[in-house]
Design a protein around this ligand. Structure first.
Ligand code: WT7
Length: 658
């Protein structure tokens, strides 16, 4: 490696927040240096120690960020394995009766405990059943489900067959689901009759039926019965999960895969176009999720680990299913929401299950803090040891509340920065070693080489702010975009040639700590959910009344970011732009994207601020949405500068004096 400028100083004088131990931190610092000096050796050692390989790899990284345009780089390429043997089979000897999945359904106390022995049997049965239905190695299966144990079983069953799963979050609409089915050419969809969330049903089968209409790649739809309500049925295509899985054999010989065979595709939003199918591969991904899950959370054999995300997102893949199961942990699956039946639900579960490690998103913490401390303090939280956050920057006030109220001031807080594309955590404290600072993701984990660069791709040193890149690959890194490697290269490796560009802005302080400041591209992060402004705009423009639309994010006290849409109406539109229009437009957004997508603020404008070359100047729109127009910068390149004042006044603000 040429220039490896990452600072990783141990800040002896930092001791804010949680209990910490600088001597431990020095050991981690040596570990980080060891990994930096010999990444291949470091990761080969990790994977051999943690993962059950059929044929152990001898090769580390092949290829690089400079050659990625010619094809994906690889890790461990001469190894073979089936990752479910690491997640299931090998635990049969050491911990067969340990609870693997601790399931809590929508209603408090609706609990199911699935041991490693039972989980192994359920996955084998499902693998036999799916194979019987024709699912083969390399084929794609979409999993469109809520949080039921079968969602994890289905993921593992696909992995056991070497089939590639793509989990689509249960809130996505039929159109979004159809796009994904089409993009990956799925042979199978696994779904439920209905989902359950906060006492309400979600019509998963109905949405699947709408998505599959006219699609010919899908040969079978496997339906888990959750609520038992009547659903439409297509003979010859649809089968009940219980009809095919229950009678199947509980023995199944896992299919041997190459380290670099795809394990799953997960669609994620970017700044342009439709969501991309990010591809993660078997050997590297399972190594990296296992390593980071153990190290960051300081995992212990008797831990009760609860990540309350959804398997529809990468957090659920890496830190509900794959990382924890590879580590033989007890991992929770939670079907409901933090507010059902009331704001005490999480802490009620902590008390009932003796949860030691709890992982959630800042948006949930803020929402719960707003409900008052009583919902927390009335439950016994003495089992808690590590509290994690992920998904968006955590503001220091929320961090302090999590630390002092939830964690009674004695738990380690780990603010973990990572992305769908990184597969696992990248910059995060290591509990209990890292001295923490409220709001900072802290330091890179061993094997991770972040750099901050300016817009000319020059490395910034010392305390500074810049764009966050990573200078060297790690095993958990996504390898490509499904069906479009050129898009992968263009998205991640062309802005700063030779580096992986994360899309995030970041500050590094005088102690070398990293503070993620948020996206610097046109991606908005609402409640930890990543959404592309382009997707919103495409949906809005498709509405009859709308001629043009531009969408930006703005700070929102609970959700992190809210969605602000500027709408130019069609000249012949009869709408007065009131509530009825807003409702209709949000209806369109919901149909095209999903239930999690919603515009918070609409503003009807006479025109968008466009440059003479037709590019929308989003900077101005962001300023207005943030309600700060004191410094909107140069507008002289606009085709029609007068539109700016109209937009500012339309928002009820006063244009700055020129
Ligand atoms: C984007 C990735 C990683 C799983 C959930 C989101 C933001 C994520 C943090 C954090 C500040 C964070 C970044 C990143 N983000 N974690 N701890 N502090 N920002 O995955 O949907 O791929 O989104 O989430 O902006 O780029 P994702």
């Amino acid at each position: 490696m040429t220039d490896t400028p990452t600072l990783y100083e141990v800040p002896e004088r930092v001791s804010a927040g949680s209990p910490s131990s600088v001597p431990d931190m020095n050991a981690w610092r040596r570990e980080w240096l060891r990994a930096r000096n010999n990444p291949d050796g470091f990761w080969l050692e990790q994977t051999r120690d943690r993962i059950a390989w059929r044929k152990a790899p001898t090769l580390g990284l092949e290829g690089s960020y400079s050659t990625v345009k010619d094809g994906p780089f690889s890790w461990f390429s001469d190894g073979t394995l089936n990752i479910t043997e690491s997640c299931l089979d090998r635990h049969l000897e050491e911990r067969p009766d340990k609870v693997a999945i601790l399931y809590e359904g929508d209603e408090p106390g609706a609990v199911e405990r699935i041991t490693y022995r039972e989980l192994h049997a359920r996955v084998c049965k499902a693998a036999n059943a799916l194979s019987e239905l024709g699912l083969k190695k390399g084929e794609r299966a979409i999993i469109y489900m809520g949080m039921v144990p079968e969602a994890a079983v289905a993921m593992l069953a696909c992995a056991r067959l070497g089939a590639i799963h793509s989990v689509v979050f249960g809130g996505f609409s039929s159109e979004a689901l159809r796009d994904r089915i089409r993009d990956c050419g799925a042979e199978m969809v696994i779904t439920q009759d209905e989902g359950m969330r906060a006492g309400r049903t979600i019509p998963l089968k109905e949405t699947t039926d709408a998505a599959c209409e006219g699609e010919h790649s899908v040969k079978s739809v496997v339906v888990v019965k959750r609520t038992g309500s009547d659903v439409g049925w297509t003979e010859g295509r649809d089968v009940w999960w219980h009809d095919v899985v229950e009678p199947a054999s509980a023995e199944h010989e896992a299919v041997e895969c190459a380290a670099e065979d795809p394990l799953f595709i997960l669609y994620t939003s970017g700044s342009t176009g439709k969501p991309k199918g990010v591809v993660h591969t078997c050997g590297g991904y399972i190594t990296y999720t296992s390593y980071t899950h153990q190290v960051v959370f300081d995992l212990r054999e008797d831990d009760v680990y609860a990540c309350v995300a959804d398997v529809g997102w990468i957090t659920g893949h890496s830190y509900i299913v794959y990382g924890p199961l590879a580590n033989g942990a007890t991992t929770m699956m939670f079907e409901s929401t933090p507010l059902y039946p009331d704001a005490g639900r999480y802490w009620d579960m902590v008390e009932r299950h003796g949860i030691t490690t709890f992982y959630t998103a800042p948006t949930a913490i803020r929402a719960l803090a707003a409900k008052g401390d009583d919902f927390v303090t009335k439950y016994d939280r003495s089992s808690l040891r590590v509290l994690g956050t992920v998904g968006e920057p955590i503001n220091p006030e929320a961090w302090e509340w999590y630390h002092s109220v939830v964690g009674e001031g004695r738990c380690n807080i780990v603010d973990t920065w990572w992305q769908t594309e990184t597969g696992g955590m990248m910059i995060a404290p290591i509990a209990p070693a890292t001295p923490t600072k409220p709001g900072a993701a802290s330091n890179p984990l061993p094997g991770i080489l972040p750099v901050l660069v300016d817009k000319d791709n020059r490395i910034l040193r010392g305390p500074c702010s810049g764009h966050l890149c990573v200078d060297y690959s790690w095993p958990g890194q996504a390898r490509t975009v499904w069906g479009d490697h050129a898009r992968y290269v263009a998205t991640y490796f062309s802005t700063y040639p030779g580096r992986y560009f994360t899309g995030d802005g970041c500050r590094r302080d005088e102690d070398g700590y990293y503070w993620i400041t948020g996206r610097v591209d046109d991606v908005i992060n609402v409640s930890g959910h990543r959404m592309g402004t382009a997707e919103f705009e495409a949906a809005l423009i498709s509405a009859e009344d709308v001629a043009e639309a531009a969408v930006v994010g703005y700070p929102h006290p609970i959700k992190g970011q809210g969605v602000y849409a500027y709408i130019v109406l069609q000249p012949d539109s009869e709408s007065d732009g009131g509530e009825a229009l807003e409702k209709a437009l949000n209806g369109v957004v919901r149909t095209q994207i999903g239930a999690q997508a919603r515009v918070d603020t609409f503003q009807i404008v006479p025109g968008l601020p466009k440059t003479r070359s037709g590019k929308v100047m989003r900077r101005i729109l962001r300023k207005v949405a943030e309600r700060d127009v004191s410094n909107i910068g140069d507008t002289s390149t606009l085709a029609d500068p007068s539109v700016v004042n109209a937009i500012i006044e339309g928002a009820g603000l006063t244009p700055p004096a020129l």
